[in-house]
Design a protein around this ligand. Structure first.
Ligand code: S3P
Length: 428
């Protein structure tokens, strides 16, 4: 249950980046030596990945919150699991693991929750099959039965969808393949796998939109310091922008250029977001973000920013609903196959709060207006629930958000941090 707030103030440290946390466990597990991860996201998605590698015979210690010590078993040291491997809600876990497990000597089964079991997996199954992998699915969806003991061959793949998950799956399979694996993307996506593989000593060359590596090289363990997740910061960035009188400082936010699309778009709409104390953390650019309230105007979101803000559209839709004029989103059909159909769930929820939204197959036009109170459904999608918690801060009445437990997949403690910053939020 969420109610309008007064101005938002203070300093917010959002949890570690989900994408980096998943990859640090995976690469640490198949490296030689011990990888210490700091700033690990204690979310359900990333914990699912850690639990899977424990099942595959990797010792992973959790001495304190946000710290993991991964005792690497080397490229060929994973052990078969007698049980299916449960990815929960995590698409990143399932798709990256499909690639990694395709290169093992043993068979594996990957399962997920109801939402993950509906998400498209052919996008990884087909290019992995072209490398020689054999993965059986249920009509292109999980459960995935991955046959081991196959000789994989490097390929030169031009992907039809811009997806860091698919690119990463191929690169992880490429570690076990003969020769070079080369992946080309229609739009550049986040390059954490490439950066981390190179940092772990794999000959991996990459430029925006392209990555290549040579199979057969061992990974050398190294410590990973995970920056704060800009996708989690996004809800506070939008809230401080929208609520009059607000000023929030977000600490050590990851500023990888493939993740900062929302900042470009919000600034083009009139937002006041300053980058302070810029630096590097674990090989990634980071900055403190100071966000002050500013009125927004609607824009046409440039298509070249879509991949760089793919997880931020729920937050952007809320910003657009409070802007003057219309905001047009195009080229974002991928939103329909995320944890929920994010175009449909956001359009339905915004309409329930009084906003006019025209849906299109690959986006929407959101007509700025004001929110009244109402009931919205998040359909078990963490980012939809948090986006509507932000919307509620601007509403003239109470907003009830259904099905919010999944917030813990990416942002455990969101409600506590949000209340401390001044959000009006309570359990129903
Ligand atoms: C992710 C890539 C994105 C993103 C997801 C995390 C990753 O998915 O939506 O939350 O860690 O590689 P796609 O690569 O399918 O766009």
């Amino acid at each position: 249950m969420a109610t309008p707030a007064g101005p938002l103030h203070g300093t917010v440290a959002v949890p570690g980046d989900k994408s980096v946390s998943h990859r640090a466990i995976m690469l640490g597990a198949i490296a030689e030596g011990v990888t210490r991860i700091e700033g690990f996201l204690e979310g359900e998605d990333t914990r699912a990945t850690a639990a899977i590698f424990r099942r595959l015979g990797v010792q992973i210690d959790a001495p304190s919150d946000g710290v993991r010590i991964v005792h690497g078993v080397g490229l060929h040291g994973l052990q078969p699991s007698s049980e299916p491997l449960d990815c929960g809600n995590a698409g990143t876990a399932m798709r990256l693991l499909a690639g990694l497990l395709a290169g093992q000597r043993f068979d594996s089964v990957l399962v997920g929750d109801a939402s993950l079991s509906k998400r498209p997996m052919r996008r990884v199954i087909e290019p992995l099959a072209a490398m020689g992998a054999l993965i059986e699915s249920d009509g292109g969806c999980a459960p995935l039965r991955i046959r081991g003991g196959r000789a994989l061959q490097g390929i030169d793949a031009s992907l039809p969808v811009a997806s860091a998950q698919v690119k990463s799956a191929l690169l992880l399979a490429g570690l076990y393949a003969n020769g070079e694996t080369h992946v080309r993307e229609p739009h550049p996506t986040r390059d954490y796998s490439e950066r981390m593989l190179a940092a772990f000593g794999v000959p991996c060359a990459f430029v925006p939109g392209e990555a290549a590596l040579l199979g057969g090289f061992p990974l050398q363990a190294r410590d990973v310091s995970v920056p704060a997740d800009i996708s989690s910061a996004a809800f506070f960035i939008v809230a401080a922008t929208l609520v009059p009188g607000s000023e929030l400082l977000l600490r050590r936010v990851g500023m990888n250029p493939r993740r900062t699309g929302l900042l470009h778009v919000l600034r083009a709409m009139g937002a006041d977001i300053a980058e302070e104390n810029t630096g590097e953390q674990g090989g990634e650019p980071v900055a403190d973000l100071r966000v002050r309230h500013a009125p927004l105007r609607g824009i046409e979101v440039p298509v070249e920013h879509v991949a760089d803000m793919i997880d931020e559209f729920p937050a952007l839709f809320v910003a657009a609903a409070c802007a003057e004029g219309a905001t047009v989103v195009r080229g974002a059909a991928e939103l329909r196959v995320k944890e929920s159909d994010r175009i449909a769930t956001m359009a339905t929820g915004l309409r329930a709060l009084g906003i006019v939204v025209d849906e299109t197959p690959d986006g929407a036009t959101i007509h700025g207006g004001g929110f009244h109170g109402g009931i919205v459904e998040s359909h078990g999608d963490h980012r939809i629930a948090m986006a509507f918690a932000v919307a509620a801060q601007l509403a003239t009445g109470e907003v009830r958000i259904g099905d919010v437990a999944n917030v813990a997949t990416s942002f455990p403690g969101f409600d506590t941090l949000a209340r401390a910053a001044g959000f009006g939020l309570r359990a129903a």
